[in-house]
Design a protein around this ligand. Structure first.
Ligand code: ASP
Length: 304
């Protein structure tokens, strides 16, 4: 497929779920709103990271996605949210994990870069930092949704893992030619309390390096962590000069399935080359070119 220079892209998760026809428009509208929010920031000359945060906030505020408001349940019927963001320019990164009372974890992760000397804050400490930074805490019932409750019940009945859908991510290339990537999730349905996945783990679920790529991943976090998925894709591009398409496909479709997990990524380099391979049944994603052409793909074909 020939496309212009891609400057901004999002994903809405990978898994075995297909968007039901009656929900398709709602997914498209929300994803379009997020893509527009990111692109508008870039057009106004804001940084790639600001664009990533703006788009992810919209996805976090929607009940459709497994991030922020629509976060899945842990095995204790609670919600523990993770998010991370990274600048490609200087490899600064911010990440929060296991937060329970923060409406927009991506904003908290971004504040970790801007206003703390650390990269990763967990649980209570992360929330305390957020409140010091002026963020309003929410109660856990803010994250309740009937759909996620049903998923928890099904998961408990089947005694296996659900292939839950809807982690979100964004990648951007700004006018100064800097890349950024961010990811936000509620994790996996029925996950153990305290479990940390790839989404807040720099190099696994999120990575950005101007010399390589910006990547946001979604899928079975444990496998993305063991496979250092996002940083491997970057390394193939940065050190081996692989095309972004080949690098992302190699990791997602060949390396990770052997380790026992599937999923997908979105990846972008400074030339505006974009790839979105997946080994799961589905990956929701969309992108916008420099010339404002928006493409949203809810049923991408698998290239295996
Ligand atoms: N990667 C996320 C996690 O393992 C889940 C997902 O992408 O659906 O927490």
């Amino acid at each position: 497929m020939k496309k212009g220079k891609v400057v901004f892209a999002i994903h809405g998760g990978a898994g075995s779920f297909n968007v039901p026809p009656e929900k398709e428009q709602e997914y498209r509208d929300t994803m379009r709103m997020a893509i527009r929010a990111g692109k508008e920031r870039l057009d106004k000359n804001d940084s790639a990271a600001v664009a990533v945060e703006a788009a992810i906030r919209i996805l976090e505020d929607s009940v459709l996605f497994n991030a922020g408001k629509g976060a899945v349940f842990t095995n204790d019927a609670t919600h523990e949210l993770d998010a991370s963001i990274m600048y490609g320019e200087n490899l600064q990164a911010g990440s929060v994990t296991g937060v329970k009372h923060i409406k927009n974890p991506i904003t908290l992760a971004h504040k970790v870069i801007k206003n703390s000397p650390h990269v990763m804050l967990a649980g209570e400490g992360a929330e305390k930092f957020g409140i010091e930074q002026g963020m309003e805490p929410v109660t856990q019932d803010y994250f309740y949704s009937n759909r996620r409750w049903q998923s928890l019940m099904e998961s408990k009945n089947r005694l296996d893992e659900t292939d839950e859908f809807g982690t979100v991510g964004a990648i951007a290339l700004d006018k100064n030619e800097n890349l950024a990537a961010g990811t936000s999730t509620g994790g996996l349905t029925n996950k153990a309390v305290g479990r940390i996945g790839d989404s807040p783990t720099i190099g696994a679920g999120t990575y950005a390096n101007n010399e390589g790529v910006a990547v946001s991943a979604t899928g079975k976090g444990e496998v993305f962590m063991r496979g250092t998925a996002a940083s491997d894709i970057n390394a193939l591009v940065q050190y081996q000069n692989w095309s972004i398409e080949n690098a992302a496909t190699e990791v997602v479709e060949r390396k990770l399935p052997v380790l026992g997990g599937t999923g997908g990524v979105i990846a972008l380099n400074r030339q505006g080359h974009f790839a979105a391979p997946h080994s799961s049944q589905n990956l929701l994603y969309g992108y916008v070119t420099e010339e404002d052409e928006i493409v949203i793909d809810l049923f991408p074909e698998k290239v295996t």
